[in-house]
Design a protein around this ligand. Structure first.
Ligand SMILES: [Zn+2]
Length: 205
């Protein structure tokens, strides 16, 4: 799987292949650097105090390159964190996930976000083709295609920029722009029915 500009990465705020490449470079550095990801001071956000992480000067440099790419893609227009998908793009993203899972028989398993459930400490890096034996549910596949690392320990989570982590279903619901009911119907459903609903979202017969 190439680290290219996909609809899923666009739903996550990416703007071009060059932007995705800059984001991946910074993300890869922060994942492997011993000085990045240390707990920083908490900040007061709308939903209460939130922890932050501190990163090293090299991370700052790579994130500056990423921001410069964004500004260049947008001619300096104000930055937005995420872009809501149009209904057409939502259908295309659902189709992207549908085709990706269908092309990988045996990988789709709705019983766990990232599996197999018997394995300890799975870590699926963003942009890497999942190794044989790894399973993903629809929500896990959406997050993976959008450029998130997926971890199963300490809890199953999607890990994005600056090592910010969020539950896989919440992240996938945001990316796909689903209502809570739609997310329940898609993510907490056994395989054949879940894939049928994904096909519906993708406007596939
Ligand atoms: Zn670092």
């Amino acid at each position: 799987m190439d680290r290219i500009f996909t609809l899923a990465s666009r739903a996550n705020g990416a703007t071009s292949s060059a932007y995705v490449a800059a984001q991946v470079a910074a993300h890869d550095h922060e994942q492997s650097c011993g000085d990045c990801g240390k707990p920083g001071p908490s900040v007061l956000m709308d939903d209460g105090w939130q922890g932050t992480v501190q990163n090293c000067p090299e991370s700052d440099r790579l994130r500056r390159i990423q921001r410069a790419q964004y500004d260049s893609d947008h001619n300096g227009a104000p930055r937005v964190r995420t872009v809501s998908l149009t209904p057409d793009d939502q259908a295309l993203l659902a189709a992207e996930v549908y085709d990706w899972l269908n092309a990988r028989p045996g990988m789709h398993d709705q019983s766990t976000w990232v599996g197999p459930i018997s394995a300890d400490g799975i870590r699926l890096p963003a942009g890497k083709e999942p190794p044989a034996g790894i399973t993903l549910c629809i929500a896990g596949a959406v997050c993976h295609l959008a450029g998130y690392d997926l971890h199963t320990e300490p809890v199953p989570a999607a890990v994005g920029p600056y090592r910010m982590t969020a539950p896989i279903p919440r992240t996938a619901a945001r990316l796909l722009d689903l209502t809570e009911e739609q997310a329940q119907a898609l993510f907490f459903t056994p395989s054949p029915l879940a894939m049928a609903r994904l096909a519906e979202l993708a406007h596939r017969p």
